[in-house]
Design a protein around this ligand. Structure first.
Ligand code: 2AM
Length: 179
């Protein structure tokens, strides 16, 4: 069996925003809500690739480098609870066109290269809590954070000594709007 890595393309959050969201989470949710995702692990997945060989990783990275897409603004102003996956997430009420087209392209490239893609529509989200209680309360609307997405990242997901760790393997720049 060839060696594989569990990979996904995602948008990283700027470090100060990670901390701001963690502080907001701490004041707006009780500790009993579930298992909080660590600050460094907050991200928005664009395309989940699954277990990928080194060869396929190279192909997918080459295709990702060929994507010409302008940077865009991402506003986080929505939250929800998915009962089935027991996830509480942060998302966006009006996803930028650039976000949707970037995810579409990466997901299509992944599918064409044999990485299973869920038939569920893409719902951009940042997982905040896992194993959340089904009666967990969500904060009232009114929160909003915005930042410019200038690149996207290929991550490896590992489970080491009981902890999930996401390691960035490569960064892919988006184009400056004036280009
Ligand atoms: P989640 O946060 O909603 O669980 C690394 O695991 C990232 O890939 C997470 O953002 C996770 O989404 C996502 N992910 C894991 N398994 C997936 C799957 N089968 N389909 C789509 N996304 C998946």
């Amino acid at each position: 069996m060839p060696e594989t890595k569990r990979l996904f393309f995602a948008i990283a959050l700027p470090t100060p925003l990670q901390q701001e969201i963690i502080d907001w989470r701490a004041t707006h949710f009780p500790e009993t809500t579930g298992r909080p995702v660590a600050a460094a692990n907050l991200h928005l997945t664009l395309a989940f690739l699954g277990d990928v060989t080194a060869e396929k990783q190279q192909v997918l990275m080459q295709l990702a480098r060929r994507i010409h897409q302008r940077s865009f603004s991402l506003t986080l102003d929505d939250a929800g609870l998915w009962m089935r996956s027991q996830v509480i997430w942060l998302g966006t009420r009006s996803p930028a066109r650039g976000l949707l087209s970037l995810a579409d392209m990466l997901r299509a490239q992944a599918a064409r290269n044999g990485c299973y893609q869920s038939p569920q529509p893409f719902h951009p989200h940042i997982t905040l809590w896992r194993n959340s209680a089904s009666d967990a309360r969500l904060p009232a609307p009114g929160f909003s954070w915005s930042f410019t997405v200038n690149n996207f990242v290929l991550y490896e997901s590992q489970f080491i000594r009981g902890r999930t760790r996401y390691t960035p393997l490569a960064e892919f720049p988006l184009e400056h709007p004036e280009n």
